[in-house]
Ligand binder design. Sequence first.
Ligand SMILES: NC(=O)C1=CN([C@@H]2O[C@H](COP(=O)(O)OP(=O)(O)OC[C@H]3O[C@@H](n4cnc5c(N)ncnc54)[C@H](O)[C@@H]3O)[C@@H](O)[C@H]2O)C=CC1
Ligand SMILES: O=C(CO)COP(=O)(O)O
Ligand SMILES: [Zn+2]
Length: 353
Amino acid sequence: MFEKSTWIRLPRNVVVGHGVRSSVVEVVDDLHLQGRPLLVTSPTPREVAADPVAADFEAAGIDPAIVTIETATFDSVERVIETAEAEEVSYLVGVGGGKAIDIAKMASDHLEMGFLSVPTAASHDGIVSNRGSVPEGDTRHSVAAEPPLAVVADTEILAEAPWELTTAGCADIISNYTAVMDWRLATRLKDVEYSEYAAALSEMTAEILVDNADLIRPGLEESAWVVTKALMSSGVAMSIADSSRPASGAEHLFSHQLDRLEPNGALHGHQVGVGSIMTAYLHGGEDGVWRDIRDALASIDAPTTAAELGIDDETVIEALTTCHEIRDRYTILGDGMNERAAHEVARKTGVID
Ligand SMILES: NC(=O)C1=CN([C@@H]2O[C@H](COP(=O)(O)OP(=O)(O)OC[C@H]3O[C@@H](n4cnc5c(N)ncnc54)[C@H](O)[C@@H]3O)[C@@H](O)[C@H]2O)C=CC1
Ligand SMILES: O=C(CO)COP(=O)(O)O
Ligand SMILES: [Zn+2]
C-alpha cells in the first residue's frame, strides 16, 4: 500500500520590485489579517524599512508594535514572544536580514500566528524558507518554523544595502552546489530522506545565478532582482524538502563553527562560500568543480580566502577539523578531518597560504 504523504508550505503572496515596501499594508489586507502587527527588526533595518512600514500601518489606521533584536538566539525568540503577548498582536512582520527574519518566523511558529517576511538585504536564503537557524552552546539548530504568508522584497531597498550583503547572498546560493553533493552522499551512505525535486531546484538556482553573474554589479537594481529571485527559489527548495539539506551541507557546518570560534567574523554567506570551495575539493579532488566555485565567487566580489574573510588560518583549520560535531548531519566530512588533511585542502584551494 502507498502510504507516503507530504505537506509543502509556501508563501501565498510574493511581491518583488521597486518601491514595493509601501505595499505591505495592501498585502496584509489581501491576506485578510486583522488586528495589530508586531514588527520584528534589528537596528539598521529598523531605520531603513521597519519605521517606514510602521508609518504606513499608522496611516492606514493600524497601530503596530515594534521590537528590535540584536542577535539570532533563543533568548531573542523568547523576547519577541513576550512582546507579542504583552502587546496583544495578531501577526508578525520580520523586517531585516537573516537574523530578524529567522527570529520572527520562529516566534510566529510558537505563537501560531501568521508572519510576513520583509527582507532589507539580499544576504541569505532564509527569506522564504520554513527553517530557522539558531546557535545554542556547542551546536547549531535548524529549527522547523512558520513559513511566511507573504514576502515583500523591495529591490530599491535591497540595491541600496551595502554591496557585500548582496555578494553574501550570492555566495549562500553558490554553496547550494556542495550542499546538494553532501545531501546525495548522505542519501547513498546513510539513507537520509531525499527529494530529487528539491535538489534539482537548488542546483538549478545556483546555476542560473552563476550564468547571470555579469548582471550582478554594485548599484544595479537589476542585481538585487536577480539575487532575490534566486534566494527565494533556494528557500522554496528547503520548504519542499522540509529540511535545509538542499542549501546547507558541510560548508554551512564550517561557517556555523566559525561563528562560534570568531563571533565577529564575516557574513554568513561569505563564510559558506569559502567553505564550499574546500568541500567541493573534498568531493571531487583536484579535477573537481572547486575552481568553478572559487571563480564564480570571485566574479561577484565574494571572498575566496581566509584573509578576505578577515579570519586567521588557525581558526579556519580548527573550524574544518571540528565542525562535523556541530550537528548530526552526515556530509563529506564524515567523522571529521584531521589537522594535516585540513591544512592540505585549505592550502591546495588557496584558502590559506
Ligand atoms: N532560516 C534559513 O533558512 C536561513 C537562515 N540564515 C541565517 O541568517 C543569518 C545570516 O543573515 P544575514 O542577513 O547575513 O545576517 P544579519 O541579519 O545579521 O544581517 C547582516 C547585517 O546587515 C545589516 N543590514 C541588513 N539590511 C541592511 C540594509 N538595508 N542596510 C544596511 N545594513 C543592513 C544588519 O543590520 C546586519 O548588521 C544567519 O544567522 C544564518 O544562519 C541564512 C540562510 C538561510
Ligand atoms: O543557512 C542555511 C541555508 O542557506 C540554513 O541554515 P542551517 O545550516 O542552520 O540549516
Ligand atoms: Zn546559508
